[in-house]
Design a protein around this ligand. Structure first.
Ligand code: IP8
Length: 252
C-alpha cells in the first residue's frame, strides 16, 4: 500500500472569504491539478470558506442549534465540495465526496467518532476521498461545526498518515515578520499573540485554531507542514514531505 497523504486545502485558497459562496475557480483548477499529480494514497480535506463561514455566522452556529442553519450551511459547503470534486476529476484523479455531516459525531465541539472504514477502502481502491469543513451532530449540544483542521488531525491519526500537508493563503506560521521553519508546543505562548487573524469571516479560529489542532497531532508523533497553497508548486512539494513552510512537530 502506498504512503497515506492527508492534504488540507484552506477555504481562503478556494474562495473569497468575504463574499458569500464565492469560489475562486482558477485557484480550484490549479490546486486540484497539483493534487491530482500525486493522487495515490491521497485524502483531501478542504475548508468551507465563504460557503460555510458566512451562513454559519448568519445562523449563530455553532452556539445555537438551528435546523435551518444546519441545512443551509451544509448544502452550501456541499456545493463547494462538488466544485473541488469535479475539478479533481477533470485533472485526472478519481475523487469521491465524503460529507462529515453523515459520518462524524461531535461531543462538546470535539470529534468523538468518524466512520473511517469506508475512507480507508476508498484509498485502497485508488479513490481520493474529499472531505470538508462542515456542520455535524453533537451528542451534547445538538449540532456543531467540524473544521477541516480538526478532521485532518483526527484522520491523520486514524489512518496513520505518512504526510500531512496543510495549505493556506500564507507562507506558514509568521512571527515578527519571519516564517518559522518549525513550531512546537514549547513556542506556542511566545507566538500566539502574533498569529494572524483569518482574512475573512471565520468561525473556527484562523491560524491559532489550526495550530492547536496540529500540535495535538504532533503530540501523537505525526509531523505536519503548513504552507502557502496559493504559490504554484508548493503543494506538490509539500505532498512529497519537502519543507516549504512551517513544520509543526513535537518538543523533543
Ligand atoms: O473552513 C468550517 O470549516 P473550516 C466549517 O475548515 C463551517 O474551518 C461549516 C463553517
Amino acid at each position: 500500500m502506498s504512503m497515506i497523504k492527508i492534504l488540507k486545502i484552506g477555504g481562503s485558497v478556494l474562495t473569497d472569504k468575504n463574499r458569500p459562496a464565492c469560489a475562486r475557480t482558477e485557484e480550484i483548477e490549479r490546486v486540484t491539478r497539483e493534487a491530482a499529480a500525486s493522487s495515490s494514497g491521497l485524502v483531501i480535506v478542504h475548508g468551507a470558506g465563504s460557503f460555510g463561514h458566512i451562513p454559519a455566522k448568519k445562523y449563530g452556529l455553532p452556539e445555537k442549534f438551528d435546523p435551518e442553519g444546519l441545512r443551509e450551511t451544509h448544502t452550501s459547503v456541499v456545493r463547494l465540495n462538488e466544485l473541488v470534486v469535479s475539478a479533481l476529476s477533470r485533472a485526472g484523479a478519481d475523487p469521491v465526496p465524503v460529507h462529515p455531516l453523515s459520518c462524524v459525531l461531535l461531543r462538546g465541539g470535539r470529534i468523538e467518532t468518524v466512520c473511517t472504514e469506508p475512507i480507508s477502502e476508498m484509498v485502497k481502491r485508488g479513490l481520493v476521498p474529499v472531505l470538508h469543513g462542515d456542520v455535524a451532530m453533537d451528542a451534547l449540544r445538538g449540532s456543531g461545526i467540524v473544521s477541516g483542521d480538526q478532521l485532518v488531525s483526527y484522520l491523520a491519526r486514524a489512518l496513520c498518515a505518512d504526510v500531512v500537508a496543510v495549505g493556506t493563503d500564507v507562507d506558514g506560521v509568521i512571527f515578527n515578520g519571519i516564517v518559522l521553519p518549525r513550531v512546537t508546543r514549547a513556542n506556542l505562548s511566545m507566538i500566539t499573540g502574533s498569529l494572524g487573524e483569518s482574512t475573512g469571516v471565520d468561525v473556527t479560529g484562523g491560524m491559532k485554531g489550526k495550530l492547536l489542532e496540529l500540535l495535538d497531532l504532533a503530540d501523537a508523533g505525526i509531523v505536519s507542514e503548513i504552507f502557502n497553497a496559493r504559490i504554484e508548486g508548493r503543494l506538490e512539494k509539500a505532498l512529497k514531505g519537502e519543507s516549504v513552510g512551517t513544520k509543526v512537530g513535537r518538543t523533543d
